[in-house]
Design a protein around this ligand. Structure first.
Ligand code: PBG
Length: 324
């Protein structure tokens, strides 16, 4: 059938019709809010490059988690910023670290909330890399034990899920083994499986103080030019025991999300990263676009491409908008 019998505008005539034929819907259930936890007391400071995003001390993040749960969001993912850093990232698996204490406090105050922890060394190492450094190189195998111990410390604190973001080869297997041999065989792993070496992480590094002090992350994060390799990364993590596969960044990887959706039958997550969030807010602050609509459209596209779960700094504002 073609024009004039066929008129695609017929089903766009009013909002009721558009509602009836809408193919993709955002729900509060889709969204996970990232939270930054710092040492100290009574701290709630806005991240300059991320309007509306704060760094919280443990007491404050517990209150924020309450607000998040009341908005109907299913979960949060925690990032820790330690007081002190060293070459091995000793703070990453410290039982009294900010993340470990935050997990404990949030689970106590808000047991219904799924508390996920980011597992990486970059916030904890003085060199800012996601693995250990030997002779100027970020070494793979020697980093795995540190990562597995970090995940284990989160599990012991009561985390509901761990999310390795370091991009070392074999980290999912190492973490799975570490968890299984210590009684955490039921704890799911959401792996940052296809994680590109991206400029869109810029604002996050201000928030987490995790910029590499020398060099960059291109020897372990994926080349953004590569699509087939992303599927190999995801396949590898699946075989090593990942329960949920993540693609990151989100908006610049919709092709990969779509490929992954047709290839894998596990839940897929997408991370709308700091730069994706901040550029929409920055443009909105300048009056260059409607921030709320742009954010909604970006998240809808991520879901349409195949994401079941979206990690986004806009989770609370979107949940509030959906509630109204
Ligand atoms: C830690 C980590 C990063 C992000 C999530 N986990 C930073 C990085 O890899 O440099 C980025 C998140 C964001 O930009 O919002 N490895």
């Amino acid at each position: 059938m073609s024009f004039p019998q066929n008129r695609l505008r017929r089903l766009r005539a009013n909002e009721t019709l558009r509602r009836m034929v809408r193919e993709t819907r955002l729900s509060r259930d889709d969204l996970i809010l990232p939270l930054f936890v710092v040492e100290g007391q009574g701290i709630r400071e806005e991240v300059v490059s991320m309007p509306g995003v704060h760094r919280f001390s443990v007491d404050q993040v517990t209150e924020e988690a309450r607000r998040v749960a009341d908005l109907g969001l299913p979960g949060v993912i925690l990032f820790g910023i330690p007081g002190e850093k060293d070459a091995r990232g000793s703070g990453a698996d410290a039982s009294n670290g900010a993340v470990q204490r935050a997990v404990e406090a949030i689970k106590k105050a808000t047991p219904e909330l799924c508390v996920i922890t980011d597992v990486c060394l970059c916030e904890y190492t003085d060199h800012g890399h996601c693995g250990l450094i030997e002779e100027g190189e970020v070494v793979n195998d020697a980093s795995l034990e540190r990562l597995a111990l970090t995940a284990l410390s989160h599990a012991r604190a009561g985390a509901d899920m761990v999310a390795p973001s370091d991009m070392m080869d074999g980290r999912v297997a190492a973490i799975r083994h570490g968890l299984d041999t210590h009684g955490f065989d039921s704890l799911p792993i959401m792996s940052y499986a296809a994680k590109h070496f991206s400029a869109f992480y810029g604002p996050f590094r201000d928030a987490a103080e995790s910029a590499p002090q020398s060099g960059d992350r291109s020897s372990y994060q994926m080349d953004p030019a590569n699509r087939r390799e992303a599927l190999r990364e995801m396949q590898a993590d699946l075989e090593e025991g990942a329960d949920i596969l993540m693609v990151k960044p989100a908006l610049s990887c919709l092709d990969i999300l779509s490929d992954a959706r047709s290839r894998f039958d596990v839940p897929l997550a997408a991370y709308q990263v700091s730069g994706e969030y901040s550029m929409i807010h920055a443009a909105a602050q300048n009056g260059w676009l409607d921030g709320e609509r742009a954010m909604w459209e970006a998240l809808l596209a991520i879901k349409r491409a195949g994401a079941d779960i979206i990690l986004t700094y806009a989770a609370a504002e979107i949940a509030a908008a959906i509630k109204d």
